[in-house]
Write a protein that binds this ligand. Structure first.
Ligand SMILES: Cc1cc2nc3c(=O)[nH]c(=O)nc-3n(C[C@H](O)[C@H](O)[C@H](O)COP(=O)(O)OP(=O)(O)OC[C@H]3O[C@@H](n4cnc5c(N)ncnc54)[C@H](O)[C@@H]3O)c2cc1C
Length: 460
């Protein structure tokens, strides 16, 4: 790997409209921060693009100077692949515009937009895109890996609403990819991560959901977790796809609707979200209250954009994070035992284990229709190892790994690239399953030199 030379960087600065940040710039340390505070990479040059042309220039510069290249959307990726040590970062932080055509129910989204940017623009017309549950996550990384959230049971993965992308290939060529133009590339980007090029614009179909949602939290004691989880399993797949309940095991945050002595206790939280109004929502939640003896709840109609930010306070940047995840087609008793065991010995008050339900539209798409192949997954589990001090790294990483291992026998064997850590290269094949061979062939066609390798890498 070579270093960026100052005389050639001066040339780059002249060519781009955005900002070029170098290690001796005052803002360098701030600019190289990403969501996961464990990542401490020091790029040689960061190009904060103002437009697609800047990204093209940055790519050309990296190739001419034989620099590693990484691409940053909103920098949420847990593995920290949006940065590279000693290389060049194509940074989209300044390109976060979202244009909505309400008549056509379309959104045109720049790659630095967060989910919050997308939600806000779409909700001005009561429209929405199925995206994740934390508003500061980036639309780019989320979409390229698949993307799921509260609207996925009804409308599928984020990629299932993607209709085209503008991108820059490894050759530096600006291309448009859709089902009718460069269709193989369009297939590959729908799940293939950042392996195939630099996306400079996403075009999505939007869905009419109105501006309010019936949502909230129902909290049960940890001691009742076994019975609540068993009832949850029996119930959730019988509910309509507009209804979502995700279960989270963690220490109770200081929520105002919980008694003070519950704060900090181990609890099981059901996070509810229903797209069908209060009356029907209430009927769907009612049976869940009998799963155990709830310690408190806060459920009702809320603005969708507010619900989309409800978990932001628990997911702020600046913490150390190590995640592990599994997909499930069914929830086994053995999984529940492992969850209860490991939730009872969380190494930090910020750790959590969640199971999200995605069963519905996501399962109706054939496994080979997009690069994302885990179309059999009905549930996704994420083990959030999350803590503050580097001194706790071993303890917290160890807990996540051990639980991941203990729950593996009950998982479907697939994997979600967006939840994978840096060390999980061996799982990339499993993540793409039946599509891996075709992806490797397309990688050889579009990026034979593996220019785009700072990702869950598909080898050409
Ligand atoms: C708090 C939190 C909550 C989350 N919740 C959800 C959730 O509910 N649902 C869900 O599906 N996922 C969720 N995720 C995972 C999320 O989808 C990934 O972390 C995703 O990579 C974030 O995208 P980003 O643009 O912020 O990431 P970045 O770190 O900026 O980018 C990640 C990778 O994407 C690629 N990439 C980014 N931009 C481009 C581009 N313009 N062109 C080509 N490649 C690009 C690159 O390979 C890059 O390394 C969550 C993550 C966090 C941290």
């Amino acid at each position: 790997m070579k270093e960026a030379k100052s005389e050639t960087v001066a040339g780059l600065k002249q060519k781009v409209q955005g900002r070029v940040v170098m290690p001796d710039d005052r803002e360098y340390n701030e600019v190289r921060q990403i969501w996961n505070a464990m990542i401490d990479k020091k790029p040689a040059v960061i190009v904060q693009c103002a437009n697609a042309k800047d990204a093209q220039m940055a790519l050309r510069y990296a190739k001419e100077n034989e620099l590693d290249l990484s691409i940053r959307g909103a920098g949420h990726n847990i593995a920290g692949n949006s940065l590279c040590d000693g290389g060049l970062v194509v940074d989209f932080i300044r390109m976060n515009k979202v244009r909505v055509d309400a008549g056509k129910k379309k959104a045109y989204v720049e790659p630095g937009a967060t989910l919050g940017d997308v939600d806000k623009a779409c909700q001005a017309s009561g429209l929405a895109l199925p995206v994740g549950i934390n508003s500061t996550t980036g639309i780019a990384g989320l979409t390229l890996g698949g993307g799921f959230g509260w609207l996925s049971r009804k409308y599928g993965m984020t990629i299932d609403s993607l209709t085209s992308v503008d991108m820059i290939t490894a050759e530096g060529e600006a291309v448009h990819a859709s089902s009718s133009e460069n269709s193989d590339l369009f297939w590959a980007v729908r799940g293939g991560g950042g392996n195939f090029g630099i996306v400079t614009q996403f075009e999505f179909d939007l869905h009419n959901i109105g501006t309010e949602v019936f949502a909230g939290l129902l909290v049960f004691p940890y001691a009742q977790a076994k019975q609540v989880l068993a009832h949850y399993r029996d119930y959730i797949l019988s509910t309509p796809v507009e209804f979502n309940a995700w279960v989270v095991m963690r220490k109770a945050p200081p929520l105002p609707f919980l008694a003070e002595d519950v704060h900090g206790q181990d609890v099981l939280v059901a996070a509810i979200c229903y797209f069908g109004g209060a009356e029907e929502g209430e009927k769907l939640v009612a049976p869940m209250r009998t799963f155990g003896d709830p310690m408190g709840e806060h459920i009702g109609m809320a603005p969708y954009t507010a619900w989309q930010q409800a978990f932001d306070p628990l997911l702020t940047p600046g913490f150390r994070n190590y995640w592990k995840s599994h997909n499930f087609t069914e929830l086994h008793d053995g999984l529940f035992s492992a969850m209860i065991d490991y939730a009872g010995k969380m190494p930090s008050p910020h750790c959590e284990i969640f199971i999200g339900v995605v069963a519905g539209k996501t399962n109706e798409v054939p496994a080979d229709a997009t690069a994302f192949s885990s179309r059999d997954m009905k549930f996704v589990m994420n083990v959030h190892g999350r803590w503050e001090a580097a001194a706790d790294d071993d303890k917290c990483i160890g807990w996540s790994r051990e639980f991941f291992k203990a729950s593996a026998p009950y998982a479907s064997g697939g994997a979600y690239v967006n939840f994978m850590t840096e060390e999980e290269a061996s799982r990339v094949k499993a993540a793409y399953g039946v599509n891996y061979e075709r992806l490797a062939q397309l990688k050889a066609k579009y990026d034979p030199l593996n220019t785009f390798r700072m990702n869950q890498n598909i080898k050409p």
